[in-house]
Design a protein around this ligand. Structure first.
Ligand SMILES: C[S@@+](CC[C@H](N)C(=O)[O-])C[C@H]1O[C@@H](n2cnc3c(N)ncnc32)[C@H](O)[C@@H]1O
Length: 269
């Protein structure tokens, strides 16, 4: 599978790395992403004293939030394959019960049955073999522990207020280039957990609404004028025309984008 920035953050030039880390943090503050995360927190329902794994923890903001739920008697392991990302997360450490480590979600050094629960947000869309990664998450979770997977369904992305044909052309070009290769990951999560024999599987599609381009740009790279033009797979003319239409829709007040992010959880039998 072709590598995308989030599948190999440490290989990014430092400027791009800084931009991607800032983007992750901005996403975490976005009201729609916060809504997705509240849904996930309900699905995981962590207990005080629990030992949790935040797999693919990025900036570590969720790890620190989880730490408030498990309290001083619990622990959260923030694991990410990117050393630079873990270093950035450590810099924001707030003294809570979070242990930061680098590691590949598909081959972790954590012992079998060593955690009570797992949070894995917007990571599986970037890995080569999502089922192998899920098997590894199940291996480290004790029987009765809960696994919560959160991932985007990029094929659900739809716009209004911009020319339909132009939007179709741009999405055909940018999907798998500005977005991860695995466009349908979110909707496949329920099947993957059922096939892996988890029980009490719940699946909640959260459709995020972006009613202006600035809000959308935090989550959707294809409406973000700050995404470097040389990373766009479309011709510069198409990119500029598209972004001009997006801006005009924003100025008229009729821009709209929707994207479904799935929250899927299951219990290890
Ligand atoms: C889109 S970010 C999401 C980060 C965080 N979960 C969040 O929601 O803010 C994807 C993260 O997954 C990490 N990642 C990608 N592939 C990974 C792997 N095989 N093992 C561990 N982490 C991985 C990336 O380094 C990046 O930090």
């Amino acid at each position: 599978m072709e590598r995308t920035p989030f599948s190999d953050l440490d290989s990014q030039p430092s400027e791009m790395m800084a931009m991607l880390l800032a983007a992750l943090e901005a996403m975490g503050r976005h009201p729609e992403i916060r809504r997705v995360r509240r849904t996930a927190m309900e699905a995981l329902h962590p207990q005080p004293g629990a030992r949790l794994l935040d797999a693919g923890s990025g900036a570590g903001d969720v790890s620190r939030w989880l730490a408030t739920k498990v309290g001083t008697g619990g622990e959260v392991i923030a694991l990410d394959q990117s050393a630079a990302t873990i270093a950035a997360a450590v810099q924001q450490h707030d003294g809570s019960n979070v242990r930061y480590m680098t590691g590949d979600v598909s081959a972790m050094t954590l012992p079998t049955d060593s955690v009570d629960g797992v949070w894995c947000e917007r990571v599986l869309q970037h890995v080569d073999n999502a089922d192998a990664a899920i098997a590894e998450l199940i291996r480290v979770t004790r029987p009765g522990g809960r696994i919560c997977l959160i991932d985007t369904d990029w094929e659900s992305l739809a716009f209004d207020g911009v020319p339909v044909r132009l939007a179709e052309t741009v999405m055909t070009d940018v999907h798998g280039r500005l977005t991860p290769k695995q466009l349908d990951m979110g909707r496949t999560l329920r099947r993957r957990l059922v096939d892996a024999h988890l029980v009490n599987v719940t699946a909640t599609p959260v459709t995020c609404l972006f009613a202006d381009p600035a809000s959308a740009a935090v989550v959707l790279p294809m409406v973000n004028p700050m995404v470097p033009a040389d990373t766009w797979p479309t011709s510069p003319g198409v990119r500029d025309k598209w972004l001009a239409h997006v801006e005009a829709a924003g100025a008229r007040g009729d821009f709209l984008a929707v994207l479904t992010i799935w929250v899927v959880a299951g219990t290890v039998a």
